[in-house]
Design a protein around this ligand. Structure first.
Ligand code: SF4
Length: 264
């Protein structure tokens, strides 16, 4: 069974051919040092927050990194209701859920899930400073999939569920964006997921049986000019330089980071 995260869905929706190149043809490249550093830092931050939730000491994790220590402290003071446990709620960090949907295993990992008998709140830490546009984030498969899977795998009604992103590096203090949920959004997400995954099933079958390539995004969408596969796709003069391949590989980094940061 193919396991799909929000990163896979975002890429599949943006360009099925790119999804093919990265996941089936394995045309990525190792992550460069700068990106690797950001990835390690993001993992460290998530690890500190997870340790805090478990009531374990974090001093040894932040001692060598004053910047990390500062951001953790800023987040705690900016979001006391989230960072200081309320005994009336249950909390679980790095909470993983899976949902079998049309033969695919949809997988989500919540940085923190806070719940009581009335509502459930999904929290996601973002270790980049500036929030994306609200509308874009609302349409991102992370928001949609995270909310959808919780509604499908719990007793909460969609209206009882929300998701908040915390951008821990925002200045002068961490900022958050909260998304509520309801039945209408839930049904729309189900329709969109169903459509996308039916397409994927057909494309996969053709790819496996006769080697047919997955479709390319329309050129007019303007995604190809800075894509690392532009030459391969006959869409641009931009070559598959190591830097471009690296950028293709790192496009999925937030998603991979979410999955890898679970281990302690
Ligand atoms: S060049 Fe365009 S069509 Fe080809 S993988 Fe990239 S985005 Fe898709």
């Amino acid at each position: 069974m193919l396991r799909l995260s929000q990163g896979h869905l975002n890429l599949l929706q943006a360009c099925p051919r790119k999804f093919q190149h990265i996941f089936f043809d394995r045309l990525g490249a190792p992550v460069g040092p700068e990106q690797q550093e950001k990835q390690i830092w993001g993992s460290q931050f998530h690890l500190v927050m997870q340790q805090r939730e478990l009531g374990l000491p974090v001093e040894f994790l932040v001692r060598e990194d004053p910047q990390l220590q500062r951001w953790v402290s800023s987040l705690i003071s900016a979001a006391p209701d989230i960072s200081i446990p309320d005994p009336q709620t249950s909390r679980d960090s790095e909470h993983c859920r899976t949902l079998n949907f049309q033969g695919y295993l949809l997988t989500v990992i919540y940085d923190l899930l806070i719940a009581d008998n009335q509502q459930a709140q999904i929290i996601d830490w973002k270790t980049y400073p500036q929030p994306k546009q609200r509308r874009r984030l609302e349409q991102d498969w992370q928001t949609r999939l995270y909310l959808y899977v919780l509604a499908e795998t719990s007793d909460y009604l969609p209206e009882q569920i929300s998701m908040s992103y915390w951008f821990v590096q925002s200045q002068p203090q961490p900022q958050s964006l909260k998304f509520s949920y309801d039945r209408t959004r839930h049904e729309q997400t189900e329709r969109d997921l169903s459509y996308l995954l039916h397409q994927l099933t057909d494309w996969l079958q053709a790819y496996q049986e006769v080697g047919a390539d997955l479709p390319q995004v329309a050129e007019a969408a303007g995604r190809c000019s800075d894509c690392s596969f532009a030459v391969r796709c006959g869409r641009s003069a931009v070559g598959e330089s190591p830097a471009n391949l690296e950028s293709a590989a790192t496009e999925l980094m937030p998603d991979l980071a979410d999955i890898e940061e679970v281990a302690i």
